[in-house]
Design a protein around this ligand. Structure first.
Ligand SMILES: *[C@@H]1O[C@H](CO)[C@@H](O)[C@H](O)[C@H]1NC(C)=O
Ligand SMILES: *[C@@H]1O[C@H](CO)[C@@H](O)[C@H](O)[C@H]1NC(C)=O
Length: 253
């Protein structure tokens, strides 16, 4: 009975606005059903559509910002390599362009176990551009360094797998999905880094040249860190949104 009512509400909702816990949402994408034997194909199209529809304005009711560009206010990184280098870098106003053009290639989902629901998809992105400002402070061989400036990164032929694991929690008597881990390990075809600096132009040019010549090794050594940062940035945002919508309204029973 309950699920029949849901299907009726949802069927009506695909034509107009969707009512979710008193929050009215416009149509963003197709809602897939767990009983659909082709659910992964449905999800692939649904996610692809969602990327396009939230690209410009995000979903305000769920505190999801625009996707393209995707803005992160602040990101703190501590680089502590070897004994004699320790630099804290604060990246400010980080804008990432190109995420709405991400191509969803294949989805693998499993919602059978409420303790471990999984969603994975393969993606490809021709071009991603990141730009922002930074402030760095630290020590290089006991020499204090304070610097600030702008930077940008161009990445092309980015491919990878997005993975998300979660479990069902009860909220107001309804099932909600709580994400335990979100990860992404992209392979990058080509990478180019640029940076300006107010104080140490020579050191900066050297650093940029080093980065561009060795980016593959640097990226490889930072993979684990990148994966953790991604989880820390993405997971709270997804959870904030998911805890506002019962799971049955994200994916039907
Ligand atoms: C959940 O399942 C995935 C495979 O679908 C597995 O890799 C992961 O470790 C599992 N997580 C937990 C917490 O059991
Ligand atoms: C990237 O940053 C460098 C240094 O600030 C700048 O010269 C270059 O124009 C920037 N590239 C783009 C595409 O904004």
């Amino acid at each position: 009975m309950y699920s029949l009512a849901l299907v009726l509400i949802a069927a009506a909702a695909t034509q107009a606005a969707i009512l979710r816990n008193g929050v009215e949402l416009p149509w963003y994408s197709t809602v897939c059903s767990r009983s659909d034997p082709k659910i992964d194909t449905c999800l692939r199209e649904s996610i692809q559509t969602l990327l396009r529809t939230i690209s410009k304005d995000g979903i305000k009711q769920l505190a999801i910002g625009p996707l393209d560009p995707w803005n992160v206010d602040e990101l703190d990184v501590v680089l502590a390599r070897e004994q004699n280098i320790k630099i804290g870098v604060k990246f400010v106003d980080v804008n990432t362009y190109g995420l709405s053009k991400m191509e969803i290639l294949e989805v693998r989902s499993n919602f059978a176990n409420p303790e471990n629901m999984t969603l994975e998809f393969d993606f490809a992105n021709k071009k991603i551009f990141v730009e922002g400002k930074y402030q760095a402070e630290g020590l290089i061989s006991n020499l204090p360094i304070v610097a600030r400036g702008e930077y940008n990164m161009s990445m092309s032929d980015v491919k990878g797998v997005f993975k998300m694991y979660g479990h069902i929690v009860q909220k107001n008597g309804e099932d909600h999905l709580a994400i335990d881990r979100a990860s992404m390990t992209p392979d990058i075809g080509k990478f180019e880094f640029a940076m300006t600096n107010d104080k140490y132009p020579e050191l900066t040019n050297m650093l940029v040249a080093l980065m561009n010549a060795n980016w593959r090794a640097i990226y490889f050594s930072m993979r684990e860190f990148a994966e953790d940062s991604f989880d820390q940035i993405i997971r709270p945002r997804i959870n904030l949104a998911f805890l506002k919508i019962p799971f049955n309204q994200i994916i039907w029973e």
